[in-house]
Design a protein around this ligand. Structure first.
Ligand SMILES: [Zn+2]
Length: 207
């Protein structure tokens, strides 16, 4: 195991800050949403409310991206370690595609599947436990993004991406196709629902 590197510490700090922001968003009561209002608000108050909601929405999207990249790559790393691999290098910075390299990697297929599988399963498990709107937003984003990523990597064929690596190490194309269909299908439906609810300030009753 390599000692923690400075960029990884920075990413962790950003991630914690992002999670803090999301917790703030999740715990607020959204007084500016405007549903069931009896007293009309001024145009300025409406604009401030709209701006605040848009800002929270963008922060939630950024937090989702950070969680998605971090958990996906951590999935590779955890599975690589679990199979006795040696982590040579890793970069978890969310502003580019994170990567990790194991050498040796006794079971590369497990390491490779670890990213997309844990990357979708861990946020889903946390969402089921936490049962908060903002966490369902993050979880659905992660599920959809992992499916889209594997599908896009398959189409692009770039040899360093997960899908060509999976195929090279003997993964069944049918298994990858099923993963993509399930995650994109469920992820899209769930994320679309949460997206609409987030834009409305999570003010509507949970379906
Ligand atoms: Zn990956």
């Amino acid at each position: 195991m390599e000692p923690p590197r400075k960029p990884q510490r920075i990413v962790l700090a950003i991630l914690l800050a992002a999670i803090g922001c999301v917790l703030m968003i999740g715990s607020s009561s959204y007084p500016d949403v405007g549903r069931n209002e009896t007293v009309p608000r001024s145009r300025q108050a409406r604009q401030i409310g709209l701006f605040t909601r848009a800002l929270k929405f963008v922060m939630l999207l950024l937090a989702s991206w950070c969680v998605m990249t971090f958990v996906h790559e951590s999935g590779h790393i955890l599975c690589g370690w679990a199979c006795g691999g040696t982590l040579k290098t890793a970069d978890l910075a969310p502003w580019h595609l994170p990567y990790s390299i194991f050498d040796p990697d006794p079971r590369p297929l497990v390491t490779l599947w670890g990213g997309p599988v844990l990357g979708a399963a861990i946020p889903l498990a946390v969402a089921i436990l936490v049962r908060r709107d903002w966490m369902w937003f993050v979880a659905n984003f992660c599920i959809l993004a992992n499916g889209v990523y594997l599908a896009a990597a398959w189409v692009s064929g770039a040899s360093y991406l997960d899908t060509p690596q999976l195929l090279e190490h003997g993964a069944q194309p049918a298994a990858i196709a099923v993963y993509c269909l399930v995650t994109i299908g469920f992820g899209y439906v769930g994320f679309r629902r949460q997206w609409i609810r987030a834009l409305a300030g999570f003010s509507t009753a949970h379906p």
